[in-house]
Design a protein around this ligand. Structure first.
Ligand SMILES: C[S@@+](CC[C@H](N)C(=O)[O-])C[C@H]1O[C@@H](n2cnc3c(N)ncnc32)[C@H](O)[C@@H]1O
Length: 233
């Protein structure tokens, strides 16, 4: 398997899709993402790939609902793609997928599946894509690693810039048994790297960046904290 493309190599392959050819490693504007380091090594990528299949299936069901709602969209940016499980799902549903992640180790595993038309190593804060380059963006399992409103808005702005029609993001909702358990564990000194946000607040943050909430789904309302929201432009 070859190496993942950097913006510089993509520039040669698809000049129309690329905004800048400055190398990924030189970019100073990276998005602060809690726990990002654990995805950077081959061992970390292997651990993520080996997550519970049952948990994975439930998450795939959630994403499938959003993919079903992308009627008419043809090109999807899966960012971050991680080891590529949602790229595989989207490709199987007939979407042409651009897969992007900051971690070389995660991307290498995603690339081994060979389902996306492009694999890009880049930071979500500065996507190496032109405005409106794709129809839709899927950002799954990242927002809960952001610090708060300002970073969420910053990411919404960048996702909305490259998406022509839709932006789907997952987030963790505070009203759930799962979150209550996490708060309780804090009393025993167990720290969590997850942040939560209500749908109303997320809707308001996205609205400032020109996105309006179309639909949303919860993995298991009031029990689990993972939700998925679909925004339109
Ligand atoms: C929890 S995984 C989710 C991956 C995938 N969406 C999934 O659900 O399988 C988070 C991913 O975000 C990537 N990541 C973290 N910070 C990033 C950033 N600033 N830009 C691009 N990718 C980033 C990590 O490398 C990791 O692969």
């Amino acid at each position: 398997m070859g190496r993942a493309e950097t913006p510089a190599t993509l520039c040669r392959i698809a000049p129309g899709a690329v905004r800048s050819c400055i190398g990924y490693a030189a970019r100073p504007m990276s998005l602060p993402v809690a726990g990002r380091g654990r995805y950077e090594t081959p061992e970390g990528a292997a651990r993520y790939a080996a997550r519970s299949p049952a948990r994975g299936r439930v998450e795939e069901e959630l994403v499938t609902r959003a993919l079903d709602a992308l009627a008419g969209d043809r090109m999807l940016l899966d960012a971050p793609c991680g080891v590529g499980r949602m790229s595989r799902l989207a490709s199987a549903r007939g979407l042409s997928v651009v897969a992007l992640d900051a971690s070389a180790a995660m991307l290498e595993r995603a690339r081994a599946q060979g389902v996306a038309t492009r694999y890009l190593r880049a930071d979500l804060a500065e996507l190496p894509l032109r405005d409106g380059a794709v129809d839709a963006v899927l950002c799954f399992r990242l927002f809960h690693h952001l610090r708060g409103s300002e970073d969420r808005r910053r990411l919404f702005r960048e996702l909305a810039r490259v998406a022509r029609r839709h932006v789907a993001v997952s987030f963790f909702h505070p009203v759930s048994f799962h979150h209550a358990l996490r708060l309780a564990k804090r009393l025993w000194g167990v720290r969590s790297m997850r942040s939560v946000v209500t749908l109303g607040r997320l809707r308001a943050e996205a609205a400032v960046e020109g996105l309006r909430l179309e639909r949303w789904w919860a993995q298991a309302p009031f029990r689990r904290d993972l939700w998925l929201a679909l925004f339109g432009k």
